[in-house]
Design a protein around this ligand. Sequence first.
Ligand code: 16G
Length: 167
Amino acid sequence: NDYIYPPSLLNDINIEISEGFQIRPLAAHDFGNGFIQLLSQLTVVGEVSSKEVLKRFKTMVSMDPLSYYITVIEDIATQKIVGSATLVIELKFIHGVGCRGRIEDVVVDKEKRGLGLAKSLNQTLVSLAKNLGVYKLSLECKDALIPFYEKFGYKKDEGNNFLVQRF
Ligand code: 16G
């Protein structure tokens, strides 16, 4: 089970991506191809061993039903992972034992920005979320990124706020 979700789930999605790049599910071998270093461009990764990382991957990949649709962009020439975004599926009792989708940890390598890779990731994950049947899809972002995310159909949920506490 090398991929975190079946690559065939992307077959019927019309993906536009800059030449030289490939979009696909995260694979176990990506931990040797710069995936964790890429995440550290988004936020704190911390001191994690490759054993811990692989254990987390195995937990995610063996979930039933799958919850973590981590989707990456590979630079074909170097095989480096230069983009990533995660669709998380949360199981509910409400909405007819429905599912909610969340988009998390969207990051593109600073060397590869401006090529539309984040757009490819977002378009792909919105389509995948629809195909999986979520009743709602949400994400958290900085003020400056609201216009970017609005292009993919999101809007501010007036009257609803995002509250957080950190530990
Ligand atoms: C952003 C991310 C979120 C990520 C968080 C990390 C998107 C759309 N949002 O809010 O998924 O987990 O940053 O920041 O990518 P933190 O380390 O402060 O939680």
